[in-house]
Design a protein around this ligand. Sequence first.
Ligand SMILES: C[S@@+](CC[C@H](N)C(=O)[O-])C[C@H]1O[C@@H](n2cnc3c(N)ncnc32)[C@H](O)[C@@H]1O
Length: 354
Amino acid sequence: MDKTGVELKATTTDAMRLNLQLRTAFHVLQRFADINCSNADELYSEAKRLPWDRVIDPLGFLSVTSNVRNDTITNSMFPNMRLKDAICDKLTSTVGKRPDAGSSTDGMVVNLHWVENKARIYLNMTGRKLSDRGYRKMPFMAPMRETIAAAVLMEMKYDGTRPLVVPMCGSGTLAIEAALMAKHRAPGLLRSNYACNQWLNADKETWSQQRADAKKLIGKNDPAPIIASDIEEEAVEASRKNAVTAGVDHLIEFHICDFAQTPLPTSGGGDVVLHGEYGVRLGDEDELISTYKRIGDFLKTNCAGWDGYVFTSGKPLIGAIRLKVAKRTPFINAEIDCRLLRYELYKGSKVTEA
Ligand SMILES: C[S@@+](CC[C@H](N)C(=O)[O-])C[C@H]1O[C@@H](n2cnc3c(N)ncnc32)[C@H](O)[C@@H]1O
């Protein structure tokens, strides 16, 4: 497993629970076989010896994806095709039928991790990425991936007991993920299609039981206020619709306004988190610098006693905030090097050159 994965021993039931409950992972993979192969022909012949007839539904749909570092491979699609051929040829010779195959990950998915002459083959229990929760029917510009939003909230140690304010909410991902977390709602309950239900002899009864158990864990109490705002009416409309789809609209208060006008609950503190635009993705840098100066002023003036967070990228924008950073947490978002910056906003927070 590479550094973006975690390996653990688990039963199939545990793996189902992981699919339903994980907030920051993309896939749950079940190791199927390790093979030695130094080129694509060996990949084909070794993979063809595996007992695919025990796991692949020949009447289903199959997709193969791969991660390969092998000098003989110059076309990244070639290993997928050779492994898919091995699986389908094996099934044709053993059961006389083979699944349809293609790039859609809505059916059965096989993953290949191949480094030099060692290949590991996994049955992907998830299918389409877990970040595709199913609630974001209305993306607004530059939305944050749901898994990143969940990771940001975890890094903030958000648990629903303190108010959360999300100015510049875009399509509402941070606010919606927060509401799901605060209610202990398994994010996986929002979608129904998982690859593990398409394997041969899929245990659909246990899956239904796991879904029912996850529903029992949903908290009865509502979290502290969650407030989301954006200057664009269209963004707030998208957020509201997405929150309805996620079943958490009643937990979020929406406002159309400039971030600096976002109303904060007056009693006690809480967390305020901003994910503005950053140069490499959208907008012009000079204009962004003046927006980030205003973000610094907003945090200092309006949010005294709160914890402030800014998710962004690039030294000039971070510098423009002009507040002392208490913590920087690195993130990779859409292949861009980003930071979650934490500010402790006591009355009279110091303006500094960051
Ligand atoms: C990068 S997007 C936020 C994406 C959001 N996290 C999501 O997941 O969809 C930045 C948002 O800031 C909003 N925005 C830009 N300038 C603003 C301002 N002055 N006040 C409030 N919102 C603003 C934009 O309309 C946009 O929706």
